[in-house]
Ligand binder design. Structure first.
Ligand SMILES: NC(=O)c1ccc[n+]([C@@H]2O[C@H](COP(=O)([O-])OP(=O)(O)OC[C@H]3O[C@@H](n4cnc5c(N)ncnc54)[C@H](O)[C@@H]3O)[C@@H](O)[C@H]2O)c1
Length: 322
């Protein structure tokens, strides 16, 4: 297959690109490098440096080659930042995606796998969260993605556009030689591993008064390679069906303190914590039900255990700074 990967210089897009290439597929990466570096572009991929909002460039890229599918990872991803400057999230995540969709329709491309997020749900009424749960984001990042999902529904109805919207929970872990390296980093596991490596003094816990077993937020972690597998299955399934929406998580919730304890076990290092007030827009508990994709597409996570996820991230993290 020939795949266009937007945001392919980032963490998840870069992982999926490498796995596609190693399976023998052709990959074109389209990224403006606003949160990544050109060195992260997978060897063997064609690279176009550009912004998705650049209609002429994205359309030209789509015209140069017929793609069997577009995997759309490019976005700004920081929920906290989105509560300070929501406008850049709506412009970069929602409006730029509309430009991509328009360019795809104009060039006869009709298959998209979209990186959506658990943040579309907001504070869940019950857990685990199924795809039928209410969609009420508590931060502008989640809203910027939900608006894309709503546009996709209309593109599907009106243009016959085929898409899979994958609502990821917390993605973590690494494949051989490539892992999480956000700039700046805001995700819990790499931040904890920075403390283990002595690159940061401590890990901040935002809120210890949530209604959870130890008062810290509960999240569901999915290994990036299992997430990549779901993309391959979803793209294939678009041959048979035109609209798919799936949650992707492990179905298990871990508190922030449990993640820190797991990292202490795996790294054998002391990890200091700093207790901080709650952050605006953080739901207390986010745990996925991924039963739908398991049942419909036969997806099965190969690395469901938190310790496995952290061990792979630790291996990458040490290599990255060695
Ligand atoms: N990491 C997670 O836990 C998680 C959870 C849920 C959803 N997601 C979604 O997965 C996707 C990938 O996340 P990630 O962790 O790999 O993030 P990342 O920041 O590592 O990668 C995003 C990439 O997109 C690029 N980009 C951003 N805006 C762009 C634009 N307008 N034009 C071109 N390129 C642009 C950035 O330069 C970066 O390389 C995002 O859409 C994110 O919302 C991630």
């Amino acid at each position: 297959m020939n795949i266009l990967v937007t945001g392919g210089a980032g963490y998840i897009g870069g992982t999926v690109s490498r796995l596609l290439l190693s399976a023998g597929h052709a990959v074109t990466i389209y990224d403006n490098l606003c949160h990544s570096k050109q060195e992260a572009v997978a060897a063997g991929a064609k690279f176009v440096e550009g912004d998705l909002a650049d209609r002429a460039l994205i359309e030209d890229t789509l015209r140069q080659s017929h793609f069997d599918g577009v995997m759309h990872f490019a976005a700004l991803i920081e929920a906290g930042e989105s509560m300070k400057v929501p406008e850049i999230y709506f412009r970069n995540n929602t409006m730029a995606t509309l430009t991509l969709l328009e360019a795809m329709v104009a060039t006869g491309h009709d298959r998209l796998v979209f990186s959506s997020t658990a943040a579309c749900y907001g504070e869940p009424v019950s857990t685990p969260i199924t795809e039928e749960a209410q969609l009420l984001p508590t931060n502008a990042y989640g809203e910027s993605k939900l608006l894309v999902e709503q546009m996709l529904t209309w593109f599907n109805r009106i243009h016959g556009f085929r898409y899979a919207s994958l609502r990821y929970f917390n993605v973590a872990g690494a494949i051989e030689g490539y892992g999480e390296a956000h700039e700046p980093e805001s995700h819990l596991i790499p931040l904890i591993l920075d403390v283990a490596l002595g690159r940061r003094a401590d890990i901040k816990i935002f809120g210890e008064d949530y209604p959870t077993k130890d008062g810290t937020c509960v999240r569901d972690y999915i290994h990036v390679q299992d997430l990549a597998d779901a993309h391959f299955l979803a793209l294939g399934a678009l041959d048979r069906t035109s609209r798919l929406i799936y949650n992707l998580g492990s179905g298990q919730g871990f508190t922030v303190r449990e993640v820190i304890d797991s990292a202490r076990r795996i790294t054998g290092r002391a990890i200091s914590v700093e207790e901080c007030p709650r952050r605006l827009g953080d739901p207390a508990v986010l745990v996925a039900s991924s039963e739908k994709i398991k049942k419909e597409l036969g997806w099965q996570p190969k690395f469901p255990e938190l310790d496995q996820i952290i061990a792979s991230a630790w291996q990458w993290h040490q290599q990255r700074y060695s």
